[in-house]
Structures are given as structure tokens and as C-alpha cells.
Design a protein around this ligand. Structure first.
Ligand code: NDP
Ligand code: HSE
Length: 444
């Protein structure tokens, strides 16, 4: 019998589950008229069926057993919104074995176990939708795997963690301390169950793993991504960055050069007049350069109940259209994820960027020449410098911007500099994009 509607089962009725259910239920009529057939939310499974989620469900929808969703022959699409690796992975594999299409927002799972999941989906000829896994409401997965298919992607620069962008924005604009800003982001539902993922750059690295795999055809390489978070960023560095004309952002970078791809996540200084530097709060942005398009910038909300629910519903609708059009007999869009590649990942020590350096140095004759001598011996050239205050008995901050240098050289130079008797404590360093004006196209 020909199918005339598509049934959906959600597992996980938390922030994103509630947003997805709200859209499916409230916009049922609009969705049906846009698609030409109804999307029916048959069940939502959550461990806790008592907690108030601020949304009234029709009777019988909320259940406490995910197995009922996974084994229900009437459910066509299983939407995994519980998060974590286990048992989310086992649930998804079970859904796939049962011939169900899957939609997930679970970037941690895809970045670490994606190959097994996509292989299983390919074998069972079912689709996996994962738009919500990167950059929340921004349809960046669709862009990379469908809209830009005619391009060779050259580079991606992303602000793809709403929580850390929210924190850095609050620290920069309102002088809030780190902990207060994090608490606000958690209260707003932006942060992961374990906020360490957000503030240590791990969530950005999960998302970059997915984007880099789609864009460059490399395997999911989460473990190979250089990852550094924002926990060491201080108001002092935010202020110095501003004096030099920069903002500090947690940037995810994937850049192709020859037969290598750089994939890295770290706090980065960006010139204030770059469009991406003005992306504030929970907003995300992804800047992409391709050989046909030149450059594009995608911008929008990167987290939260309704923006993320919107991305999940977009995937559900896409897969549902395919189910109705092909009546489940044809397998559609697994492009981009299981590919051969000519690219290898560049070692972090070979990456070249400009640097911001903050030394705490005793203001004694010859200190600066010792520091600049060591930098010079390691092929690092200074672009500009400021020294704040003059106290003979106390270390004062000396701040430098360098021209492009190799990471390996910089780490060796800093080791020597940190050992100088006139230098107190560890030197703070931040990588800088656009420091040599090499990326002028980012400009607003
Ligand atoms: P929440 O913690 O708010 O919701 C998860 C829900 O799943 C909770 O209600 C939890 O119940 C439930 N759950 C856990 N285990 C099971 C199980 N075995 N069976 C049924 N239900 C279960 O998470 P979010 O909604 O924030 O995130 C969900 C996913 O979306 C994650 O992968 C996250 O990374 C991703 N994501 C989140 C975004 C956001 O803005 N929050 C944005 C983009 C992606 P209980 O609380 O009782 O444990
Ligand atoms: N914790 C994530 C963030 C949620 O803050 O961006 C969206 O993936």
C-alpha cells in the first residue's frame, strides 16, 4: 500500500527534544501543506515522563521506554536527541537494523563513532540526518554536502560553539567573569550536559570533525584535531587584543594546502573589522572559501531549543519527502562521509600563524633584547610591541605581535624565554588569523 504519511519517534525530551516536538505539533498544518503529506509525532521516549517541559503533549505520546520507539514497525524516522555515546550509539544502530531512518543532533557521537554508524546506514539503505549537529540552526551540512558540491573547498573558519562565544562576548562587552557568563549560558540551555566540552573546545572539535570530513573527504579525525579551550583567556588579554585591533574568538579552522589539511580549534585573535569577528553571543558563523564561490559567510543561532529544533525538523522533512517519493526503495544522500582522500592532516607543529605573546618581565636593561634575540634565533620576527607600566621590582606585561611563524619554532622559543631569570611565569600566547592581512576577504 502506498504511504501517505510519515511517522516519527523521538528519544530524549530535553532542550532539543522539546523544541522539535513543539515545532512538529504546533506547525503540523503548515508542515503538511508545505510537504503535501502529514508528519505524525507518534511517540517521545524519555526516562522521566513526569518533569514539566513547558509543552502539553497529546495523551499517550510520552513514554518511558526507548525500545518501543526503536521496535515500532509504524515508526519511519527515529530522532535521537538524548545525547552522549552510550546507549545513543546502540539505539541508533538498532534503529538502522530495523530499517528506520535516523535524525540526530549528537555531534559527540558522530565525531567519534560516525564511521560505524554511516557504514551501517549504507548497508541498510537508510538515511542519517545530522544538520543540528553542527552550528545549530545554520543549514551548514546541507550547504557543504549539497549546495557547494561543485566546489573544491579550500578553507573553513567557524565560530561553532555558542556557549564559549557567549562567554567571550560577555567577558569582552560587559566585563563579566568567566564563571558568571558560563552559568548564564547553562541556564539558557546552550551548554552541553558536561560544559567542559564547550569551554575546552571539545564540542567545537566534534563539529569540526564532521565539517572537515564532509568538506575534504577525510575520515572522522576527532583525535587528530589540535584542541585548546577558552579557560585561560583573561580580561587582560581581551584588553590587549583590543588595543592591537583584535577580538578573541574560539575559532575552528580547517584549511587545505597542497596535500595536507590543517584542522585545529583554539582561541584566536581576529581583526575587529572581519565580519566573523563581530559574531557575538550564542550566534555561530561559518566562513567557507571554495574554488568556485570565492567566499561565503553563514550566520545564525548555534544552540537553544527552537533554533536546534528547527534544524532537526528540516532533516525530518527532507527524509520524509524522500520516503514518500521513493516509498523506501531508494537510498539517497550519503555523499561526503565515506570517501577516499588524497589529503593527510598537517601536524600542529607545522602550522604557521601569527602570534600574540604576553610576557611578564622584570623591567631591567637587556631583557627585551634577550627575548627578541631568542625569537630571532627561532626565525620569529616581531611586528609590533607594547610595554605597560614601569616597575623595577615587579614583573610588568610586555606584549608582542609577531609575523607568521611555525608552531614548532614558537614552542621552542617560548620554552627558552620562560626559562629566563627576568621572565616571571609562563608566557601567554594566542594564535592570530589575518595578522599578515592574508585573509583580506573576511573583511566587512
Ligand atoms: P538534554 O540533556 O536537555 O536532553 C536529553 C534528554 O534525553 C533528557 O531529558 C534525558 O533524560 C533524556 N535521556 C537520557 N537518556 C535517555 C534514555 N536512555 N532514554 C530516553 N531518554 C533519555 O540535552 P539537549 O536537548 O541539550 O541535547 C540533546 C542532543 O542535542 C545532544 O547530543 C546535544 O549535543 C545536541 N545539541 C544540543 C543543542 C542545544 O542547544 N542544547 C544544540 C545542538 C545539538 P534525563 O534528563 O532524565 O536524563
Ligand atoms: N553546547 C553547544 C553550544 C550546543 O554551546 O554550541 C550546540 O551544539
Amino acid at each position: 500500500m502506498k504511504k501517505t504519511s510519515v511517522n516519527i519517534g523521538i528519544i530524549g525530551f530535553g532542550t532539543v527534544g522539546a523544541g522539535t516536538a513543539r515545532i512538529l505539533l504546533k506547525k503540523r498544518g503548515e508542515l503538511e501543506s508545505r510537504l503535501g503529506f502529514p508528519l505524525t509525532l507518534k511517540n517521545i521516549a524519555d526516562l522521566d515522563t513526569e518533569r514539566d517541559r513547558g509543552i502539553k503533549l497529546p495523551p499517550g505520546i510520552l513514554i518511558n521506554d526507548a525500545q518501543r520507539v526503536l521496535n515500532d514497525p509504524e515508526i519511519d524516522i527515529v530522532v535521537e536527541l538524548m545525547g552522549g555515546i552510550h546507549p545513543a550509539k546502540e539505539f541508533i544502530l538498532q534503529a538502522i537494523r530495523n530499517g528506520k531512518h535516523v535524525v540526530t543532533a549528537n555531534k559527540a557521537l558522530l565525531a567519534t563513532e560516525g564511521h560505524e554508524i554511516f557504514r551501517a546506514a549504507r548497508k541498510s539503505r537508510v538515511d542519517i540526518g545530522f544538520e543540528a549537529s553542527v552550528a545549530g540552526s545554520i543549514p551548514i551540512i546541507k550547504v557543504v554536502r549539497e549546495s557547494l558540491i561543485g566546489n573544491r573547498i579550500q578553507s573553513i573558519y567557524g565560530i561553532i560553539n555558542g556557549t564559549s562565544n557567549y562567554i567571550l562576548t560577555k567577558m569582552t562587552e560587559e566585563g563579566l567573569d568567566f564563571t558568571t557568563a558560563l552559568r548564564e549560558a547553562q541556564a539558557l540551555g546552550y551548554a552541553e550536559a558536561d560544559p567542559t566540552f564547550d569551554i575546552e573546545g571539545i564540542d567545537s572539535a566534534h563539529k569540526l570533525t564532521i565539517l572537515a570530513s564532509l568538506s575534504f573527504g577525510i575520515p572522522f579525525s576527532f583525535k587528530k584535531i589540535y584542541t585548546e579551550g577558552i579557560t585561560k583567556i583573561t580580561p587582560l588579554d581581551i584588553q590587549f587584543a583590543s588595543e592591537f585591533g583584535y577580538k578573541i574568538k574560539l575559532l575552528a579552522v580547517a584549511k587545505q594546502e597542497g596535500d595536507t589539511v590543517e584542522v585545529r580549534v583554539h582561541p584566536t585573535m581576529l581583526p575587529k573589522d572581519y565580519l566573523i569577528a563581530s559574531v557575538n553571543g550564542v550566534f555561530n558563523a561559518v566562513y567557507i572559501e571554495g574554488d568556485a564561490i570565492g567566499s561565503h559567510l553563514y550566520y545564525g543561532r548555534g544552540a537553544g531549543e527552537m533554533p536546534t529544533g528547527s534544524a532537526v525538523v528540516g532533516d525530518i522533512a527532507d527524509i520524509a519527502k524522500n520516503i514518500i517519493a521513493t516509498q523506501n526503495t531508494e537510498y539517497r544522500t550519503q555523499t561526503g562521509l565515506i570517501q577516499d582522500t588524497k589529503y593527510r592532516i598537517k601536524k600542529m607543529e607545522d602550522v604557521q600563524t601569527c602570534y600574540y605573546l604576553r610576557f611578564s618581565a622584570f623591567d631591567k636593561p637587556g631583557v627585551l633584547s634577550r627575548i627578541s634575540g631568542i625569537l630571532g634565533n627561532h626565525n620569529i620576527s616581531i611586528k609590533s610591541m607594547i610595554q605597560k607600566g614601569r616597575k623595577l621590582e615587579k614583573a610588568v606585561p610586555v606584549v608582542m605581535m609577531t609575523h607568521e611563524a611555525r608552531e614548532r619554532d614558537m614552542m621552542r622559543a617560548l620554552k627558552e624565554i620562560n626559562g629566563l631569570p627576568a621572565v616571571s611565569g609562563k608566557t601567554v600566547y594566542l594564535r592570530v588569523e589575518g595578522g599578515n592581512n592574508q585573509d583580506g576577504r573576511h573583511k566587512g
